[in-house]
Write a protein of this length. Structure first.
Length: 120
């Protein structure tokens, strides 16, 4: 397993893109941890409702609108991931600026497309 990924905005609903991303990451043998509004399990991944001090996070992939991201700024920066992926409709240029100041890469992209095209 590689590129341990934190999915923020994880959903138990199968039609949600965060749910599809968890499944796709697992199929690509990526270690996944997740935070969402409700506890549960997706593809064997437990969804936490608290901000856990996860270790060795390579990538954070966001499924929260920019307003909802605000409460996660310090938390995500504290994890010191290599990169943060802003999926469609999560683009947040203020947060991207904060990440850059902390030498954390950001990418406006779709996790599902990156995985499907072997660019993850």
């Amino acid at each position: 397993m590689s590129k341990k990924t934190l999915v923020i905005g994880a959903s138990l609903k199968t039609e949600r893109y965060s749910n599809k991303a968890i499944n796709a990451l697992i199929k690509k043998n990526v270690e996944v941890v997740a935070i969402g509004l409700r506890e549960g399990t997706v593809a064997g991944v437990s969804i936490d409702v608290d901000k856990i001090d996860y270790q060795n996070i390579n990538t954070v992939t966001l499924y929260l609108n920019p307003k909802r991201q605000e409460e996660y700024y310090r938390y995500i920066i504290s994890l010191q991931p290599k990169r943060v992926i802003f999926n469609p409709r999560t683009e947040n240029f203020y947060f991207i600026k904060l990440l850059k100041e902390e030498n954390i890469e950001s990418e406006i992209a779709c996790t599902l497309v990156l995985l499907a095209t072997n660019q993850y």
